[in-house]
Write a protein of this length. Structure first.
Ligand code: AVI
Length: 320
């Protein structure tokens, strides 16, 4: 028996893949791209010459972290939505000098690794990791109850959600952080389709490997027989939806099973695996406002390729 058969499949992964492959427009939620291998490949993507978002946002943080800190005041508790494994977190923490740091992630492993790394660099900073799904309102650690709160959501990860879910998430963040809180959030801008195309279909093929790894994961964890070599990575700019879409396209007619269920796809048919929305100047502000966040300040690079927003939780309003 193959070693992979001993892997215990996540029932939610199984359900999403089986429902996604059976759908009239086959699609699998992007969160399943991030197993151990997928997360390593994503880290590699962030260092690619064509993938501008990480580089641009990091440079913005480096350039403006002093100003960000000055706008905040003292004693802030920084609450990061995500494990904080990126190089951006230390830049912010160094400048803001917070009273505490709270990384929130659904993966306990990533959370513990990232928290351990930060404890080394910031030995005096209290770190309170929270293992939870931040898509819903959650309780923050009691130790930071009285501290002013700054949410941190870099990377334009918000762009991986359709607008409706993005607004739900921003609203949940506001409920988690509470009235009077602030949010520092990165958002990627609409730009030349060629630039976007290259960023999501790089010459070295790392993004292709990241996307195709999903099929390997399905085969390994869900006892699949997908002929991975019969698929190719596609990155498509969908102008009407203002997003780059990742798809896995069948190069020939294929038939396979996943968890004992049979599927077939015609040559040219695709499995939609990710959306990465890009925002026009007013789009980002409108989306934040729809969730109860007012923009206090926006920092952007000279090309206006990427923006970091400092938003403030708006008080409840009853009048127009
Ligand atoms: C994590 N997320 C913000 C990345 C993005 O740019 O949408 C994921 C990614 N997919 C392909 N390349 C990078």
């Amino acid at each position: 028996m193959d070693a992979h058969r001993f892997l215990v499949a996540d029932p939610a992964f199984r359900a999403d893949v089986l429902a996604g492959l059976a759908a009239p427009v086959p699609a699998i939620p992007a969160r399943w791209l991030y197993d151990r291998r997928g997360s390593e490949l994503f880290e590699e993507i962030t260092r690619l010459p064509e993938y501008y978002p990480t580089r641009t946002e990091t440079a913005l943080l480096e350039r403006h972290s002093g100003e960000i800190a000055a706008m905040l005041g003292t004693g802030e508790a920084v609450v990061e939505f995500g494990s904080g494994s990126s190089t951006k977190t230390p830049i912010l923490l160094r400048a803001v000098k917070p009273s505490a740091y709270v990384p929130i992630d659904i993966s306990g492993d990533f959370l513990r690794e990232a928290a351990a790394g930060l404890r080394e660099e910031f030995p005096d900073l209290p770190v309170y990791p929270v293992e939870a799904d931040f898509m819903r309102r959650l309780d923050l650690p009691p130790q930071i109850e009285s501290a002013p709160k700054l949410g941190f959501f870099p990377g334009s990860t918000i762009g991986n959600l359709v607008a409706r879910s993005a607004v739900d998430l921003l609203r949940a963040m506001k409920e988690t952080l509470g009235e009077g809180s602030r949010l520092l959030i990165g958002m990627d801008a609409i730009k030349d389709a060629d630039v976007l195309q290259r960023a999501y279909d790089d010459a070295a093929g790392v993004t292709a490997a990241f996307n195709l790894n999903l099929l390997d994961r399905i085969n390994a964890e869900l006892d699949g027989t997908i002929p991975v070599a019969a698929f190719r990575h596609r990155a498509i700019w969908n102008d009407a939806m203002s997003r780059i879409e990742m798809h896995l396209e069948a190069l020939e007619d294929v038939a396979f099973t996943v968890a004992g269920v049979g599927f077939s796809m015609k040559a040219g048919a695709t499995i939609h695996t990710e959306n990465s929305h890009k925002y026009g100047h007013r789009d980002a502000r409108l989306m934040l406002r729809a969730a109860g966040w007012g923009v206090a300040r926006e920092w952007s690079d000279d090309d206006h390729w990427f923006s970091i927003f400092l938003a403030e939780a708006e008080p409840p309003r009853f009048a127009p």
